[in-house]
Design a binder for this molecule. Structure first.
Ligand SMILES: [Zn+2]
Length: 503
Protein backbone atom coordinates (compact mmCIF):
# COMPACT_ATOMS: atom_id res chain seq x y z
CA UNK A 1 0.00 0.00 0.00
CA UNK A 2 1.34 3.37 -0.96
CA UNK A 3 0.81 6.29 1.46
CA UNK A 4 0.68 9.98 0.51
CA UNK A 5 3.45 12.27 1.65
CA UNK A 6 2.38 14.63 4.47
CA UNK A 7 2.89 17.90 2.45
CA UNK A 8 1.09 16.45 -0.55
CA UNK A 9 -1.76 15.35 1.71
CA UNK A 10 -1.99 18.85 3.24
CA UNK A 11 -2.06 20.50 -0.21
CA UNK A 12 -4.76 18.11 -1.39
CA UNK A 13 -6.92 18.77 1.69
CA UNK A 14 -6.50 22.52 1.13
CA UNK A 15 -7.58 22.20 -2.51
CA UNK A 16 -10.62 20.17 -1.50
CA UNK A 17 -11.54 22.77 1.16
CA UNK A 18 -11.19 25.66 -1.31
CA UNK A 19 -13.30 23.79 -3.85
CA UNK A 20 -15.92 23.12 -1.18
CA UNK A 21 -15.91 26.79 -0.18
CA UNK A 22 -16.52 27.88 -3.79
CA UNK A 23 -19.25 25.29 -4.15
CA UNK A 24 -20.97 26.56 -0.98
CA UNK A 25 -20.69 30.21 -2.09
CA UNK A 26 -22.07 29.33 -5.51
CA UNK A 27 -24.89 27.32 -3.97
CA UNK A 28 -25.74 30.12 -1.54
CA UNK A 29 -25.75 32.80 -4.23
CA UNK A 30 -27.94 30.54 -6.32
CA UNK A 31 -30.42 30.14 -3.46
CA UNK A 32 -30.55 33.78 -2.39
CA UNK A 33 -33.37 35.49 -4.18
CA UNK A 34 -32.23 38.73 -5.74
CA UNK A 35 -34.17 41.80 -6.75
CA UNK A 36 -34.64 42.16 -10.51
CA UNK A 37 -32.60 44.83 -12.26
CA UNK A 38 -35.36 47.13 -13.47
CA UNK A 39 -33.05 49.27 -15.62
CA UNK A 40 -32.95 46.70 -18.41
CA UNK A 41 -36.76 46.65 -18.56
CA UNK A 42 -37.12 50.42 -18.20
CA UNK A 43 -35.42 51.20 -21.53
CA UNK A 44 -38.34 49.91 -23.54
CA UNK A 45 -41.14 51.71 -21.67
CA UNK A 46 -43.15 54.91 -22.06
CA UNK A 47 -41.84 57.79 -19.99
CA UNK A 48 -43.87 60.39 -18.07
CA UNK A 49 -42.19 63.64 -17.00
CA UNK A 50 -44.56 65.53 -14.73
CA UNK A 51 -43.85 68.89 -13.10
CA UNK A 52 -46.40 69.92 -10.46
CA UNK A 53 -46.71 73.18 -8.60
CA UNK A 54 -49.21 72.47 -5.81
CA UNK A 55 -50.83 74.95 -3.44
CA UNK A 56 -51.81 73.17 -0.20
CA UNK A 57 -54.22 75.95 0.78
CA UNK A 58 -56.31 76.13 -2.40
CA UNK A 59 -55.59 72.51 -3.40
CA UNK A 60 -54.86 73.84 -6.85
CA UNK A 61 -52.13 72.45 -9.09
CA UNK A 62 -50.46 73.80 -12.20
CA UNK A 63 -48.90 70.96 -14.16
CA UNK A 64 -46.64 70.46 -17.17
CA UNK A 65 -46.42 66.92 -18.44
CA UNK A 66 -44.41 65.37 -21.23
CA UNK A 67 -45.05 61.80 -22.33
CA UNK A 68 -42.71 59.84 -24.54
CA UNK A 69 -45.04 57.21 -25.96
CA UNK A 70 -43.69 54.15 -27.75
CA UNK A 71 -46.01 52.20 -30.03
CA UNK A 72 -45.76 48.67 -28.60
CA UNK A 73 -48.74 47.48 -30.65
CA UNK A 74 -48.36 45.56 -33.86
CA UNK A 75 -50.58 48.17 -35.49
CA UNK A 76 -50.36 51.70 -36.84
CA UNK A 77 -51.67 54.31 -34.38
CA UNK A 78 -53.32 57.53 -35.62
CA UNK A 79 -55.25 58.55 -32.51
CA UNK A 80 -53.74 58.14 -29.07
CA UNK A 81 -56.27 58.04 -26.19
CA UNK A 82 -55.52 59.03 -22.59
CA UNK A 83 -57.65 58.43 -19.48
CA UNK A 84 -58.62 61.70 -17.76
CA UNK A 85 -59.86 60.33 -14.43
CA UNK A 86 -60.22 63.78 -12.75
CA UNK A 87 -63.10 64.55 -15.13
CA UNK A 88 -65.15 61.93 -13.24
CA UNK A 89 -64.77 64.00 -10.07
CA UNK A 90 -66.21 67.13 -11.71
CA UNK A 91 -69.75 68.45 -11.29
CA UNK A 92 -72.27 66.33 -13.18
CA UNK A 93 -70.43 63.07 -12.66
CA UNK A 94 -70.82 62.64 -8.90
CA UNK A 95 -72.78 59.40 -9.16
CA UNK A 96 -69.75 57.58 -10.47
CA UNK A 97 -67.20 58.42 -7.76
CA UNK A 98 -68.74 56.63 -4.79
CA UNK A 99 -71.99 54.70 -4.32
CA UNK A 100 -74.95 56.88 -3.28
CA UNK A 101 -75.02 55.39 0.24
CA UNK A 102 -71.39 56.51 0.81
CA UNK A 103 -71.81 60.12 -0.29
CA UNK A 104 -71.88 61.51 3.26
CA UNK A 105 -68.71 59.62 4.15
CA UNK A 106 -66.94 60.75 1.02
CA UNK A 107 -68.03 64.38 1.42
CA UNK A 108 -68.22 65.11 5.18
CA UNK A 109 -68.36 68.84 4.45
CA UNK A 110 -70.92 68.65 1.65
CA UNK A 111 -70.54 67.65 -1.98
CA UNK A 112 -67.46 69.13 -3.57
CA UNK A 113 -66.28 69.02 -7.16
CA UNK A 114 -62.96 68.93 -8.93
CA UNK A 115 -61.76 71.27 -11.61
CA UNK A 116 -59.59 69.98 -14.41
CA UNK A 117 -58.58 72.02 -17.46
CA UNK A 118 -56.09 71.25 -20.18
CA UNK A 119 -54.79 74.61 -21.42
CA UNK A 120 -52.33 73.40 -24.02
CA UNK A 121 -51.75 70.19 -25.89
CA UNK A 122 -48.83 69.58 -28.23
CA UNK A 123 -47.86 66.58 -30.32
CA UNK A 124 -44.31 66.30 -31.61
CA UNK A 125 -43.79 69.99 -30.87
CA UNK A 126 -46.94 71.31 -32.60
CA UNK A 127 -50.17 72.54 -30.99
CA UNK A 128 -53.21 70.37 -31.47
CA UNK A 129 -56.90 70.39 -30.54
CA UNK A 130 -58.28 69.02 -27.28
CA UNK A 131 -60.88 66.37 -28.15
CA UNK A 132 -62.70 64.52 -25.40
CA UNK A 133 -64.67 61.36 -26.01
CA UNK A 134 -66.54 58.96 -23.74
CA UNK A 135 -68.69 59.39 -20.67
CA UNK A 136 -67.99 62.62 -18.75
CA UNK A 137 -65.07 63.44 -21.08
CA UNK A 138 -63.23 60.53 -19.52
CA UNK A 139 -60.98 59.98 -22.53
CA UNK A 140 -58.81 62.55 -24.29
CA UNK A 141 -58.24 61.49 -27.87
CA UNK A 142 -55.00 62.95 -29.23
CA UNK A 143 -54.83 63.19 -33.03
CA UNK A 144 -51.35 62.36 -34.22
CA UNK A 145 -50.07 64.41 -37.19
CA UNK A 146 -48.56 61.24 -38.65
CA UNK A 147 -49.13 57.51 -38.49
CA UNK A 148 -47.18 56.08 -35.57
CA UNK A 149 -45.59 52.85 -36.76
CA UNK A 150 -44.82 49.91 -34.43
CA UNK A 151 -41.80 50.61 -32.20
CA UNK A 152 -41.76 54.31 -33.18
CA UNK A 153 -42.30 56.94 -30.52
CA UNK A 154 -44.02 60.29 -30.22
CA UNK A 155 -43.85 63.08 -27.66
CA UNK A 156 -47.08 64.51 -26.22
CA UNK A 157 -46.94 67.64 -24.08
CA UNK A 158 -49.73 68.79 -21.80
CA UNK A 159 -50.24 71.90 -19.75
CA UNK A 160 -53.13 71.63 -17.34
CA UNK A 161 -54.38 72.66 -13.95
CA UNK A 162 -56.69 71.06 -11.46
CA UNK A 163 -58.34 71.71 -8.13
CA UNK A 164 -58.95 68.77 -5.83
CA UNK A 165 -62.43 68.20 -4.44
CA UNK A 166 -62.93 68.08 -0.66
CA UNK A 167 -63.52 64.36 -1.00
CA UNK A 168 -62.06 61.47 1.01
CA UNK A 169 -61.01 59.59 -2.05
CA UNK A 170 -58.16 58.84 -4.42
CA UNK A 171 -58.27 62.26 -5.97
CA UNK A 172 -59.23 64.62 -3.18
CA UNK A 173 -58.40 65.91 0.26
CA UNK A 174 -59.72 65.42 3.78
CA UNK A 175 -58.95 66.84 7.21
CA UNK A 176 -55.57 65.11 7.36
CA UNK A 177 -54.25 64.15 3.95
CA UNK A 178 -54.11 65.35 0.36
CA UNK A 179 -54.47 62.36 -1.96
CA UNK A 180 -52.86 62.94 -5.33
CA UNK A 181 -53.68 59.84 -7.33
CA UNK A 182 -55.10 59.33 -10.83
CA UNK A 183 -54.54 63.05 -11.33
CA UNK A 184 -52.76 63.07 -14.67
CA UNK A 185 -53.47 61.97 -18.28
CA UNK A 186 -52.38 58.33 -18.57
CA UNK A 187 -52.21 56.45 -21.87
CA UNK A 188 -54.91 53.87 -22.51
CA UNK A 189 -53.71 50.29 -22.88
CA UNK A 190 -53.60 48.81 -26.37
CA UNK A 191 -54.45 45.13 -26.00
CA UNK A 192 -55.87 42.33 -28.18
CA UNK A 193 -59.08 44.35 -28.58
CA UNK A 194 -57.38 47.62 -29.52
CA UNK A 195 -57.29 50.62 -27.20
CA UNK A 196 -59.18 50.02 -23.98
CA UNK A 197 -61.42 53.04 -23.33
CA UNK A 198 -63.08 51.97 -20.05
CA UNK A 199 -64.23 54.86 -17.94
CA UNK A 200 -64.46 55.04 -14.19
CA UNK A 201 -66.76 53.30 -11.75
CA UNK A 202 -67.53 53.61 -8.05
CA UNK A 203 -67.03 49.85 -7.61
CA UNK A 204 -63.56 48.50 -7.11
CA UNK A 205 -60.37 49.86 -8.61
CA UNK A 206 -61.38 50.55 -12.21
CA UNK A 207 -57.90 50.95 -13.67
CA UNK A 208 -55.81 49.44 -16.43
CA UNK A 209 -52.41 50.75 -17.44
CA UNK A 210 -49.03 49.80 -18.85
CA UNK A 211 -45.71 49.74 -17.09
CA UNK A 212 -43.84 53.04 -17.58
CA UNK A 213 -41.10 55.22 -16.11
CA UNK A 214 -41.87 58.39 -14.18
CA UNK A 215 -39.86 61.50 -13.38
CA UNK A 216 -42.03 63.67 -11.17
CA UNK A 217 -41.15 67.07 -9.73
CA UNK A 218 -43.38 68.40 -6.97
CA UNK A 219 -43.19 71.88 -5.47
CA UNK A 220 -45.33 72.20 -2.35
CA UNK A 221 -45.42 73.76 1.14
CA UNK A 222 -42.20 72.92 2.97
CA UNK A 223 -44.12 71.81 6.09
CA UNK A 224 -45.78 68.93 4.27
CA UNK A 225 -44.30 65.44 4.14
CA UNK A 226 -44.85 63.46 0.95
CA UNK A 227 -45.39 59.73 0.61
CA UNK A 228 -44.79 58.73 -3.00
CA UNK A 229 -44.28 56.09 -5.64
CA UNK A 230 -40.62 55.58 -6.59
CA UNK A 231 -37.49 57.09 -5.08
CA UNK A 232 -36.69 60.61 -3.92
CA UNK A 233 -33.65 61.64 -5.99
CA UNK A 234 -33.34 65.35 -5.24
CA UNK A 235 -34.73 67.90 -2.84
CA UNK A 236 -34.37 71.69 -3.04
CA UNK A 237 -35.43 74.12 -0.33
CA UNK A 238 -37.13 77.31 -1.54
CA UNK A 239 -38.37 80.17 0.62
CA UNK A 240 -41.70 78.61 1.66
CA UNK A 241 -41.74 75.49 -0.43
CA UNK A 242 -39.73 72.39 -1.13
CA UNK A 243 -39.13 71.07 -4.62
CA UNK A 244 -38.78 67.30 -4.64
CA UNK A 245 -37.79 65.14 -7.59
CA UNK A 246 -38.95 61.53 -7.72
CA UNK A 247 -37.94 58.78 -10.08
CA UNK A 248 -39.90 55.58 -10.54
CA UNK A 249 -38.94 52.92 -13.04
CA UNK A 250 -41.18 50.12 -14.29
CA UNK A 251 -44.37 51.08 -12.47
CA UNK A 252 -47.87 51.27 -13.87
CA UNK A 253 -48.97 54.42 -12.08
CA UNK A 254 -47.67 57.21 -9.86
CA UNK A 255 -49.33 58.50 -6.69
CA UNK A 256 -48.52 60.80 -3.77
CA UNK A 257 -50.09 61.61 -0.40
CA UNK A 258 -49.23 64.88 1.36
CA UNK A 259 -49.78 65.90 4.96
CA UNK A 260 -48.48 68.33 7.56
CA UNK A 261 -49.59 65.86 10.25
CA UNK A 262 -47.53 62.87 9.23
CA UNK A 263 -45.17 61.04 11.53
CA UNK A 264 -42.94 58.49 9.80
CA UNK A 265 -41.49 55.20 10.98
CA UNK A 266 -39.42 52.96 8.78
CA UNK A 267 -37.79 49.57 8.74
CA UNK A 268 -36.06 47.38 6.21
CA UNK A 269 -37.70 44.29 4.71
CA UNK A 270 -34.69 42.69 3.06
CA UNK A 271 -33.50 45.30 0.57
CA UNK A 272 -36.74 47.27 0.73
CA UNK A 273 -37.15 50.43 2.83
CA UNK A 274 -40.67 50.24 4.23
CA UNK A 275 -42.00 53.58 5.46
CA UNK A 276 -45.18 54.06 7.45
CA UNK A 277 -46.74 57.55 7.25
CA UNK A 278 -49.43 58.11 9.87
CA UNK A 279 -51.09 60.81 11.91
CA UNK A 280 -52.82 58.84 14.65
CA UNK A 281 -51.93 55.28 15.49
CA UNK A 282 -51.49 53.93 19.02
CA UNK A 283 -49.76 50.86 17.56
CA UNK A 284 -47.67 52.41 14.79
CA UNK A 285 -44.89 49.88 15.36
CA UNK A 286 -47.37 47.02 14.90
CA UNK A 287 -48.74 48.60 11.72
CA UNK A 288 -45.23 48.98 10.30
CA UNK A 289 -44.45 45.38 11.28
CA UNK A 290 -47.50 44.15 9.34
CA UNK A 291 -46.18 45.90 6.22
CA UNK A 292 -42.64 44.53 6.70
CA UNK A 293 -43.98 41.02 7.33
CA UNK A 294 -46.18 41.27 4.24
CA UNK A 295 -43.31 42.37 1.95
CA UNK A 296 -41.12 39.55 3.31
CA UNK A 297 -43.87 36.91 3.17
CA UNK A 298 -45.08 37.67 -0.34
CA UNK A 299 -41.50 38.04 -1.63
CA UNK A 300 -40.83 34.52 -0.34
CA UNK A 301 -44.09 33.05 -1.58
CA UNK A 302 -44.44 34.63 -5.04
CA UNK A 303 -41.22 36.38 -6.06
CA UNK A 304 -39.04 39.22 -4.84
CA UNK A 305 -40.41 42.78 -4.56
CA UNK A 306 -37.93 44.55 -6.84
CA UNK A 307 -38.26 48.19 -5.77
CA UNK A 308 -36.23 50.08 -3.17
CA UNK A 309 -39.19 51.68 -1.39
CA UNK A 310 -42.65 50.91 -0.13
CA UNK A 311 -44.88 53.52 1.54
CA UNK A 312 -47.86 52.59 3.71
CA UNK A 313 -49.94 55.71 4.24
CA UNK A 314 -52.78 56.38 6.63
CA UNK A 315 -55.12 58.47 4.47
CA UNK A 316 -58.47 60.19 4.39
CA UNK A 317 -59.98 57.52 2.18
CA UNK A 318 -63.38 55.89 2.58
CA UNK A 319 -63.01 52.46 1.03
CA UNK A 320 -60.67 50.53 3.32
CA UNK A 321 -57.52 50.91 1.31
CA UNK A 322 -56.15 51.58 -2.13
CA UNK A 323 -53.11 50.27 -3.91
CA UNK A 324 -50.67 52.14 -6.11
CA UNK A 325 -47.17 51.06 -7.11
CA UNK A 326 -44.86 51.40 -4.09
CA UNK A 327 -47.61 53.20 -2.14
CA UNK A 328 -50.79 52.05 -0.43
CA UNK A 329 -53.45 54.20 1.21
CA UNK A 330 -55.00 52.79 4.40
CA UNK A 331 -58.32 54.32 5.43
CA UNK A 332 -58.13 56.47 8.55
CA UNK A 333 -61.68 55.52 9.60
CA UNK A 334 -60.83 51.87 10.33
CA UNK A 335 -61.26 51.59 14.10
CA UNK A 336 -60.24 48.01 14.80
CA UNK A 337 -56.45 47.48 14.95
CA UNK A 338 -56.65 43.93 13.54
CA UNK A 339 -58.77 45.11 10.62
CA UNK A 340 -56.32 47.96 10.03
CA UNK A 341 -53.35 45.59 9.87
CA UNK A 342 -55.37 43.26 7.66
CA UNK A 343 -55.92 46.08 5.17
CA UNK A 344 -52.17 46.77 5.20
CA UNK A 345 -51.52 43.12 4.35
CA UNK A 346 -54.20 43.11 1.64
CA UNK A 347 -52.93 46.30 -0.04
CA UNK A 348 -49.37 45.03 0.14
CA UNK A 349 -50.39 41.82 -1.66
CA UNK A 350 -51.68 44.06 -4.45
CA UNK A 351 -48.07 45.06 -5.17
CA UNK A 352 -47.87 41.59 -6.78
CA UNK A 353 -51.44 41.25 -8.12
CA UNK A 354 -52.08 44.54 -9.94
CA UNK A 355 -48.75 46.27 -9.29
CA UNK A 356 -46.30 43.88 -10.95
CA UNK A 357 -48.68 41.42 -12.62
CA UNK A 358 -51.19 43.84 -14.09
CA UNK A 359 -54.62 43.27 -15.60
CA UNK A 360 -57.74 45.06 -16.71
CA UNK A 361 -59.19 45.63 -13.23
CA UNK A 362 -62.37 47.05 -14.74
CA UNK A 363 -63.21 43.90 -16.71
CA UNK A 364 -61.58 41.16 -14.60
CA UNK A 365 -61.60 42.19 -10.92
CA UNK A 366 -61.43 38.49 -9.92
CA UNK A 367 -57.95 38.30 -11.39
CA UNK A 368 -56.34 40.82 -9.05
CA UNK A 369 -58.87 41.63 -6.31
CA UNK A 370 -60.11 38.13 -5.49
CA UNK A 371 -56.60 36.66 -5.61
CA UNK A 372 -55.27 39.45 -3.40
CA UNK A 373 -57.99 38.82 -0.84
CA UNK A 374 -57.19 35.11 -0.72
CA UNK A 375 -53.46 35.84 -0.41
CA UNK A 376 -54.33 37.99 2.60
CA UNK A 377 -55.62 34.81 4.28
CA UNK A 378 -52.46 32.93 3.25
CA UNK A 379 -50.39 35.62 5.00
CA UNK A 380 -51.66 34.41 8.36
CA UNK A 381 -50.62 30.82 7.58
CA UNK A 382 -47.08 32.16 7.32
CA UNK A 383 -47.05 34.63 10.21
CA UNK A 384 -47.80 33.96 13.83
CA UNK A 385 -48.59 36.60 16.43
CA UNK A 386 -51.58 38.14 14.66
CA UNK A 387 -55.10 37.96 16.04
CA UNK A 388 -56.54 36.84 12.70
CA UNK A 389 -56.11 33.47 11.05
CA UNK A 390 -56.94 31.73 7.80
CA UNK A 391 -59.52 29.27 9.22
CA UNK A 392 -61.57 31.85 11.11
CA UNK A 393 -61.52 34.30 8.22
CA UNK A 394 -62.63 31.59 5.82
CA UNK A 395 -65.47 30.56 8.14
CA UNK A 396 -66.62 34.18 8.31
CA UNK A 397 -66.50 34.47 4.50
CA UNK A 398 -68.66 31.33 4.14
CA UNK A 399 -71.23 32.70 6.59
CA UNK A 400 -71.20 36.11 4.87
CA UNK A 401 -71.75 34.51 1.49
CA UNK A 402 -74.66 32.35 2.71
CA UNK A 403 -76.30 35.39 4.26
CA UNK A 404 -75.82 37.38 1.04
CA UNK A 405 -77.40 34.62 -1.06
CA UNK A 406 -80.38 34.10 1.27
CA UNK A 407 -81.13 37.83 1.60
CA UNK A 408 -80.91 38.46 -2.13
CA UNK A 409 -82.97 35.38 -3.00
CA UNK A 410 -85.64 36.43 -0.52
CA UNK A 411 -85.84 39.93 -1.94
CA UNK A 412 -85.11 39.44 -5.63
CA UNK A 413 -85.99 35.72 -6.04
CA UNK A 414 -82.90 35.25 -8.21
CA UNK A 415 -79.34 36.40 -8.05
CA UNK A 416 -76.44 36.80 -10.45
CA UNK A 417 -73.28 35.61 -8.70
CA UNK A 418 -71.03 35.83 -11.76
CA UNK A 419 -67.70 37.56 -11.18
CA UNK A 420 -68.20 40.25 -13.79
CA UNK A 421 -66.90 43.69 -14.75
CA UNK A 422 -67.02 46.39 -12.04
CA UNK A 423 -69.83 48.33 -13.77
CA UNK A 424 -72.14 45.31 -14.01
CA UNK A 425 -73.36 45.23 -10.39
CA UNK A 426 -76.54 46.89 -9.17
CA UNK A 427 -75.06 47.79 -5.80
CA UNK A 428 -71.64 47.98 -4.15
CA UNK A 429 -72.45 45.07 -1.75
CA UNK A 430 -73.15 42.86 -4.79
CA UNK A 431 -69.67 43.66 -6.09
CA UNK A 432 -68.12 43.09 -2.66
CA UNK A 433 -69.79 39.70 -2.13
CA UNK A 434 -69.07 38.44 -5.65
CA UNK A 435 -65.45 39.59 -5.89
CA UNK A 436 -64.11 39.60 -2.32
CA UNK A 437 -66.19 36.99 -0.52
CA UNK A 438 -66.96 34.59 -3.35
CA UNK A 439 -63.48 35.30 -4.72
CA UNK A 440 -61.92 33.96 -1.53
CA UNK A 441 -64.17 30.90 -1.65
CA UNK A 442 -63.14 30.23 -5.27
CA UNK A 443 -59.40 30.37 -4.58
CA UNK A 444 -59.88 28.36 -1.38
CA UNK A 445 -61.71 25.68 -3.33
CA UNK A 446 -58.84 25.60 -5.81
CA UNK A 447 -56.29 25.46 -2.94
CA UNK A 448 -58.05 22.40 -1.54
CA UNK A 449 -58.51 20.83 -4.97
CA UNK A 450 -54.87 20.97 -6.14
CA UNK A 451 -53.12 21.15 -2.77
CA UNK A 452 -50.93 23.73 -1.07
CA UNK A 453 -47.71 22.88 -2.92
CA UNK A 454 -49.23 23.10 -6.40
CA UNK A 455 -51.13 26.26 -5.44
CA UNK A 456 -47.97 28.09 -4.34
CA UNK A 457 -46.06 26.77 -7.36
CA UNK A 458 -48.78 28.10 -9.63
CA UNK A 459 -48.55 31.58 -8.12
CA UNK A 460 -44.74 31.55 -8.38
CA UNK A 461 -45.00 30.59 -12.06
CA UNK A 462 -47.79 33.12 -12.69
CA UNK A 463 -45.64 35.86 -11.17
CA UNK A 464 -42.40 34.88 -12.88
CA UNK A 465 -43.97 34.50 -16.33
CA UNK A 466 -46.08 37.66 -16.21
CA UNK A 467 -44.37 40.25 -14.00
CA UNK A 468 -44.19 43.75 -15.50
CA UNK A 469 -46.88 42.93 -18.07
CA UNK A 470 -50.68 42.82 -18.27
CA UNK A 471 -52.38 39.43 -18.15
CA UNK A 472 -55.70 37.96 -19.20
CA UNK A 473 -57.52 35.16 -17.32
CA UNK A 474 -55.83 32.62 -19.61
CA UNK A 475 -52.40 33.48 -18.15
CA UNK A 476 -53.61 32.68 -14.64
CA UNK A 477 -55.43 29.52 -15.69
CA UNK A 478 -52.35 28.29 -17.61
CA UNK A 479 -50.13 28.74 -14.54
CA UNK A 480 -52.55 26.70 -12.42
CA UNK A 481 -52.92 24.07 -15.16
CA UNK A 482 -49.15 23.68 -15.30
CA UNK A 483 -48.75 23.38 -11.53
CA UNK A 484 -51.71 21.03 -11.05
CA UNK A 485 -50.97 19.02 -14.20
CA UNK A 486 -54.64 19.13 -15.15
CA UNK A 487 -56.95 21.38 -17.12
CA UNK A 488 -58.73 23.72 -14.72
CA UNK A 489 -60.51 25.79 -17.36
CA UNK A 490 -63.94 24.43 -16.44
CA UNK A 491 -63.23 25.00 -12.75
CA UNK A 492 -62.56 28.70 -13.34
CA UNK A 493 -65.40 29.11 -15.85
CA UNK A 494 -67.98 27.61 -13.52
CA UNK A 495 -67.00 29.93 -10.66
CA UNK A 496 -66.57 33.06 -12.75
CA UNK A 497 -69.79 32.51 -14.72
CA UNK A 498 -71.78 32.02 -11.52
CA UNK A 499 -72.78 28.40 -12.15
CA UNK A 500 -71.17 26.93 -9.06
CA UNK A 501 -73.52 26.37 -6.15
CA UNK A 502 -71.67 26.99 -2.91
CA UNK A 503 -72.77 25.06 0.14
ZN1 LIG B 1 -57.90 45.15 -2.98
Amino acid sequence: MKTLKKSYLKRTICLILVALMFFCLFALSGCKKKQDDLNSIADKLNCYNIDIDFDVNTHHAAVKQKVNYINHAQAVIKKLPFHIYPNFFKEGATNTIVPQNRMNDAYPNGVSYAEFNITRLQVAGGDTNINYVGEYDGILEVDLPFSLMPDDSVEIEFEYNFTLPNCQHRFGYGANTINLANFYPIACVYDANGFNLSGYNSNGDPFYSDMANYNVTLTADKNYLVAHTGDLVEEMANENTTTSVYSAKVVRDFAMVLSDKFSVESEKAGEVQVQYFYFDDADSTGSLKAAVDAINTFSNLFGVYPYKNFCVVKSDFIQGGMEYPNLVMIASDIQNADDYKNVIVHETAHQWWYGMVGNDEFLYPWLDESLTEFCTLLFYDNNEGYNLNHADMLKAERENYSLFISVYEDVLKSIDTSMRAVDKYNTEPEYTYCIYVKGVLMYDSLYNLIGKKAFYNALKTYFEQNKYTNVTPQNLISAFNEAAKTDLTNFFNSWVDGKVVIK
